[in-house]
Design a protein around this ligand. Structure first.
Ligand SMILES: Nc1ncnc2c1ncn2[C@@H]1O[C@H](COP(=O)(O)OP(=O)(O)O)[C@@H](O)[C@H]1O
Ligand SMILES: [Mg+2]
Length: 437
């Protein structure tokens, strides 16, 4: 027997559940959990691994994944996403998973991991595709097809749903800019005149008619609006929230096309802001309906599923300093989202640049290797009372390989050093360059 097999057989059968209090662990056991990884028992590059760590997926959580670039944040996110697809059907049907993909790597969840069969075998796992839907901006379908990204559908944002302020944010304009004042006035006037059915063309014609603004201002704004048209996502009609947050589905919103230039970055922000806002409002409404049903029929059902929103590179949308149109929406999720059934899983390589409110609200913290002082200090501000030594000391003990992490769980009040399990689906993170032209 070679060493690899020995490693498999020596794995402990014991399991621990994170994300649950003692009473929840006693009540639910391991039902509704996902397989995150195994405990690290020794030091060195290939440490001895112990018991399985299962993570609660049945109730809402605020999860932060951080670590240096290249140490496994996106990978760990993908592992969590895979686990949603492996929950029992009855539970899956109560949950909608939405992934905001800024890099364009999560589509490969749909393909089995054919490159790491050895590692999977060591872990007693098999390569498996994850049933996910990839949605791309409607007007950019060919951009994605050209890059080999398999889109299952498209999405749009309804033009009239954007407020004047959101249009300003989209173009990074302020009240000091005449263009900012003009776009705000134009869309608010259009809403009064046309109601909710108008697109960018109608805004362009409207803008051209504001003769009290000078020609150059109007022209500059028209140019921006034409550019916005080429983003292929703001249309007269928009994708319905219930088509994005679909129960039992994992939906990947691929916005990686907007990584191309700084001018386009505002689109991602607006997509996250609008989606986050609508999900929040609808979940609040349904939560009331659920409560009412629970009282009259004694069952917990509603048409709207619990929502898990995954955002990689989250410091973009939730910066500590600086503005982002999605910030206030995401902060609202972080502060009160759990009550109506909203969960966030954020990843960042720079916890120091992430808004501190998320750090203080997160109940499960997964950190891969970090070396920058300010980032470790930011994590240090969590200061859970259940640690025996300072957080820096734990960081020093994380094995140098990839996929190792410390996990702080406020629910069980425990800290674990773990190795995240290998992915069942293919990791496009390392090979994505092959798909870029
Ligand atoms: N748990 C893991 N097991 C095995 N390999 C891993 C694991 N986590 C990360 N890796 C490897 O490290 C690479 C970088 O991980 P990735 O998640 O893309 O880093 P990050 O998002 O933190 O920049 C992956 O492509 C994979 O090869
Ligand atoms: Mg990454």
């Amino acid at each position: 027997m070679d060493n690899r097999n020995a490693a498999t057989t020596s794995f402990q059968e014991e399991e621990s559940v994170i994300g649950r209090s003692l009473s929840e662990r006693e009540r639910y056991g391991k039902e509704g959990t996902g397989y995150l990884g195994r405990v690290v028992l020794s030091k060195g590059e290939r440490p001895v691994l112990g018991r399985k760590i299962l993570i609660d997926l049945a109730k809402p959580h605020m999860i932060l994944i951080c670590g240096k670039r290249g140490y496994g944040k996106s990978y760990t996110m993908a592992v969590l996403i895979e686990e949603f697809a492996r929950l029992p059907v009855a539970l899956q049907n109560r949950i909608a998973v939405i992934v905001i993909d800024t890099v364009g790597i999560f589509w490969s969840l749909k393909t089995p991991n054919k490159f790491e069969t050895n590692i999977l075998q060591e872990w007693g796992l098999k390569a498996e595709a994850t049933n996910a839907r990839v949605l791309v901006p409607q007007g950019l379908l060919t951009f994605y097809k050209d890059r080999g990204i398999p889109a299952d559908g498209t999405f749009t944002i309804k033009a009239s749903e954007l407020t004047g302020t959101e249009w300003m944010a989209l173009f990074k304009l302020t009240w000091k800019d005449p263009e900012g004042i003009l776009i705000h006035r134009a869309v608010e006037d259009l809403k009064e005149k046309l109601g909710t059915y108008f697109g960018i063309d109608e805004i362009i014609s409207a803008v051209e008619n504001y003769k009290e603004f000078d020609f150059n201002t109007r022209q500059a704004l028209v140019n921006r609006l034409k550019m916005a048209k080429s983003w292929g996502v703001i249309e007269k009609t928009g994708t319905k929230t219930k088509d994005i947050a679909r129960a039992g589905s994992i939906t990947i919103i691929d916005v990686s096309a907007y990584r191309q230039s700084i001018e386009m970055e505002g689109v991602r922000d607006v997509i996250v802001a609008l989606l986050g806002k609508r999900l929040f409002e609808e979940r609040m409404l349904y939560r009331k309906e659920e409560e009412a049903k629970l009282m009259t029929e004694n069952v917990r059902t509603s048409e709207m599923p619990l929502v898990w929103l995954f955002i990689d590179e989250a410091h973009i949308f939730m910066p500590k300093s600086g503005k982002n149109i999605a910030l206030s929406v995401l902060l609202e999720w972080a502060r009160v989202g759990r009550q109506p059934g909203l969960s966030l899983v954020l990843a960042t390589q720079m916890p120091e640049r992430l808004h501190t409110d998320f750090l203080s609200q997160c109940d499960i913290f997964i950190s891969h290797r970090l070396t920058a002082g300010p980032d470790i200090d930011a994590v240090g501000t969590l200061r859970p009372t259940y640690l025996y030594q300072s957080i820096e000391k734990y960081y020093a003990d994380i094995p140098t390989g990839k996929g190792f992490a410390i996990v702080l769980d406020d629910n069980s009040e425990k800290l674990w050093m773990i190795r995240v399990r290998p992915r069942l689906s293919w990791d496009a993170g390392t090979t994505a360059s092959a798909f870029r032209k």
